[in-house]
Design a protein. Structure first.
Ligand code: UDP
Length: 376
């Protein structure tokens, strides 16, 4: 590959890399090379069609686009339209199905009562323990918020499976991601806009990268061509930050997912796109059923596709999610300080920043970094 005279190289073709490439080509009118380790673009948002059922699925877990940021919404709509899908999640506990996040329907079904919203606080108070003590971790915050029985049924086992950690050792911030509702609202997100791209996620990436000034090279390990690069090439790297520096301060830990695909000879397997499984004794965290993401499509009425999701700790082979603990945060700080010293280097994105960005946050970050560090 000829990298002579190359001004920009982008590592990774997920949202961060693809948005950055689009901006460099369209705004700066400069040539840019995007290298991607995998055999496809789109990062973990990649979607593809299952040949046997014809159903489009998200290879790395269900992705629901949602945002309240107008700039991001306007930007992404140049590359796709969205369907009218609204995300709802259910959870199975002891063979019964409840709504998630916990809402009034969950509480009433679980305790077999018929509370009104204004009665919920008094009802749960007896299960919450001593509220005058400041909570120190995920478990204590959860019990103070929803009481012990709901915590033990819906949160404790699921969290242990998902993070491979006792909730007593986890930060309160993770629990706070999950809203608790005293009404019957069942929408998972409160974002102003949400949906699934009408033609799937991969199409967005094809459009972002489809430009005569953008070259995309798949199946390419950046670290093998790093030595060929001239000092004048700006490196925009969206891979794991510790890998870039050859793990000089030690390895970050991540959470990764494994998936088990299954086809069933029925039209509809579980009636919804995501079903969580709350108990620790069930090894997977959730089952995705991809057909429900596209209610506007007419899929086969004889077959459906489900994907079981398993969570485990990873040491950089297949990093998906950062782990919010003190040790990893300290390591990231050291690596970021090193990155700041290099003038022709930008390290960003979920793996580069080691931050749990949703898709809209990643796009926003790319747009901002382009303006602040590439354009000016
Ligand atoms: N959670 C849970 N039970 C559920 C769903 C979520 O205990 O059925 C907990 C879990 O610890 C999770 C956190 O709530 O990490 C935040 O949920 P969110 O939906 O943000 O998780 P995500 O899958 O997006 O990480």
């Amino acid at each position: 590959m000829n990298t002579k005279g190359l001004k920009y190289i982008i590592v990774g073709a997920g949202f961060f890399g693809a948005v950055m490439a689009e901006r460099i080509a369209n705004v700066l009118k400069e040539r840019v090379l995007v290298v991607e380790k995998r055999n496809h673009i789109g990062g973990n948002c990649y979607s593809t069609i299952d040949e046997k059922t014809g159903i489009e699925y998200h290879k790395y877990g269900t992705h629901i686009f949602h945002t309240s940021n107008e700039e991001v919404w306007r930007y992404i709509n140049q590359f796709t339209q969205f369907n009218s899908y609204r995300h709802q999640v259910l959870t199975t506990y002891q063979n019964r199905v409840y709504q998630m996040p916990i809402n009034l329907e969950t509480i009433n079904s679980f305790f077999e009562v018929n509370l009104k919203p204004f009665e919920v606080n008094d009802f749960l108070a007896k299960y919450k323990g001593d509220l005058s003590v400041e909570p120190n971790n995920f478990e204590e915050a959860a019990i103070q918020s929803i009481g012990k029985p709901l915590y033990e049924a819906f949160i404790k086992g699921y969290t242990k499976k998902q993070w491979q950690k006792d909730p007593k050792e986890m930060p309160i911030s993770v629990f706070k991601r999950l809203p608790i509702r005293k009404n019957y609202e069942e929408s998972y997100y409160y974002s102003r806009w949400q949906g699934i791209p009408l033609e799937g996620y991969t199409k967005i990436f094809e459009r972002l990268l489809n430009h005569k000034l953008i070259d995309v090279q798949l199946n390419t390990d950046f670290f093998e061509l790093r030595k060929q690069l001239s000092k004048n090439t700006k490196v925009i790297y969206s891979g794991p930050i510790d890998r870039y520096f050859d793990y000089c301060f030690g390895k970050l830990t991540w959470r990764t997912l494994d998936f088990e695909f299954q086809r069933h000879e029925v039209e509809d397997f579980q009636g919804t796109s995501v079903m969580n499984y709350a108990e620790e004794s069930i090894p997977y965290t959730r089952i995705h059923e991809s057909r429900h993401l596209h209610p506007e499509r007419s899929y086969s009425d004889r077959q459906t596709l489900t994907i079981k999701e398993f969570s485990r700790i990873d040491h950089g082979e297949q990093p998906f999610y950062p782990i919010p603990d003190e040790q990893n945060q300290q390591l990231v700080k050291q690596y970021r300080a090193l990155a700041e010293q290099k003038s022709n280097l930008i390290i960003c994105g979920r793996l580069g920043d080691y931050k749990y960005y949703d898709m809209d946050k990643t796009i926003k970050r790319a747009l901002e970094v382009f303006e602040e560090k590439v354009r000016h």
